[in-house]
Design a protein around this ligand. Structure first.
Ligand code: FAD
Ligand code: EPU
Length: 342
């Protein structure tokens, strides 16, 4: 039986630590809760719905005037395997790092570079999480999702998800239209270390040798992350607030004429990814504050809550940064974090 809570506080449920309430809230612990919630939505004719995972990629802009469905289902299962591959199905509310731990313990390769990303399994496809040369789209086989308004269950194969850099169909056309209930990953039993990210290779070399096991990679990724990213249990934040902008090669040529040291990465499709951290630092913002919001001193892509920040303070700071980067480089920064309007 679902329990519909009223005026629930969400401060503990978003890593920015924004102190806001939601009008209605349902804690989802199993499939029956999903189906009963869908019935409730239909009966009450509710249209403003937000599906919440670990709250590590969102910014609530004020009291949420609708219904929050908080996904807390659990379970990680091997559904099939052979000598080379394994298919793992994880429930959407399972903590991402429990899945990572499971894979490290079993020597299942594919997710290790994504260690220590906060949040839950069900959110991993939403923005196609990525870090240290890996994106989760590389190992997602399929996912199950419920249409919030019709209750119909649908299987999305990898190609149906329209994955791209920090995006998928669920962050775009189907935003707030489906509840992802589980994700199936196709992982390798054969070691497949991906050390293409420069800093990761360097960190691994420090540990000696040139053959790495999955635990070496896990530990090195955690070490790098601990030096660069704030722990959300201590400092309120939602990871990179902005995406790294993708520009054309002619745009890059214009920037290079004035700023020969700009940091960029050429993509497979010929586009160029600029390091937003570099652009923001060059505008002089690194470590600066704006009221109770600030830019993390070790990584300017990350905006932080110094304590008691309002979402408006964080957005004001973000808008200042966007304006400055635009006027200095003629490049538009796009926000990565999901802004949740009331
Ligand atoms: P939430 O913030 O709860 O939700 C994110 C979005 O997904 C929302 O739009 C929500 O509606 C939707 N959603 C959530 N669950 C479901 C579901 N079951 N069905 C349908 N929609 C759903 N991200 C990276 O990609 N790479 C990183 O390296 C990285 N590092 C981070 C470091 C820190 C310190 C922090 C705080 C964040 C970082 N992030 C990173 C961002 C974030 O952790 C990821 O995007 C993560 O996947 C979000 O998971 P969540 O469960 O907290 O999602
Ligand atoms: N840089 C600076 N100044 C700094 C920090 C970095 O100029 O203070 C430059 C450096 O030249 C560096 C480059 O920016 O080479 C890139 O920095 P880094 O490798 O730290 O990664 P990022 O591009 O800032 C991205 C993701 C992170 C992910 C890391 C590691 C985005 C928006 N962010 O950050 O993801 O963990 O790479 O792969 O793509 C997230 O999405 O929330 C997130 C944290």
């Amino acid at each position: 039986m679902i329990n519909v809570e009223k005026n629930k506080n969400l401060k503990e449920y978003n890593t920015f630590g924004i102190d806001v309430n939601t009008k209605l809230y349902i804690n989802i612990e199993n499939t029956i809760d999903i189906l009963e919630s869908i019935k409730f939505i239909k009966n009450e004719n509710i249209t403003n719905i937000f599906v919440l995972g670990g709250g590590s990629n969102i910014l609530f802009m004020g009291t949420f005037n609708g219904l929050i469905l908080h996904i807390n289902t659990r379970g990680i299962n091997i559904i099939s395997e052979n000598d080379k591959e394994v298919y793992i199905k994880a429930e959407a509310g399972e903590k991402w790092n429990n899945l990572i731990q499971f894979c490290i313990e079993h020597n299942f390769w594919g997710l290790e570079n994504l260690s220590m990303i906060p949040g839950k399994v069900g959110s991993s496809p939403v923005q196609n999480i990525g870090a240290y040369g890996t994106e989760v789209k590389d190992v997602i086989y399929e996912l199950d999702a419920y249409d919030i308004f019709s209750g119909e269950k649908k299987i999305f194969k990898n190609k149906d998800c329209d994955f791209g850099y920090r995006r998928s169909i669920f962050k775009d056309k189907l935003r707030n239209k489906f509840i992802i209930s589980s994700v199936t990953y196709k992982l390798s039993k054969i070691p497949k270390p991906n050390i293409s990210y420069k800093g990761l290779g360097e960190e691994l070399q420090k540990s000696g040798g040139d053959i790495y096991n999955i635990n070496d990679i896990f530990k090195s990724v955690c070490k790098i992350r601990n030096t660069k990213l704030p722990n959300p249990d201590i400092i309120g934040n939602a990871g990179s607030f902005f995406k790294n902008p993708l520009v054309s090669s002619s745009k890059l040529a214009d920037i290079l004429r004035e700023f020969p040291d700009v940091v960029y990465f050429i993509q497979d499709d010929g586009k160029v990814k600029l390091a937003a951290a570099w652009l923001i630092e060059k505008c002089g913002w690194k470590g600066k504050s704006w009221g109770n919001a600030a830019i993390y001193e070790k990584q300017p892509l990350v905006l932080i809550n110094k304590g008691g920040a309002s979402s408006q303070e964080i957005m004001n700071l973000a808008n200042k940064i966007i304006e400055d980067v635009y006027s200095k480089f003629d490049v538009e920064l796009e926000i990565e974090v999901n802004i949740v309007a009331s």
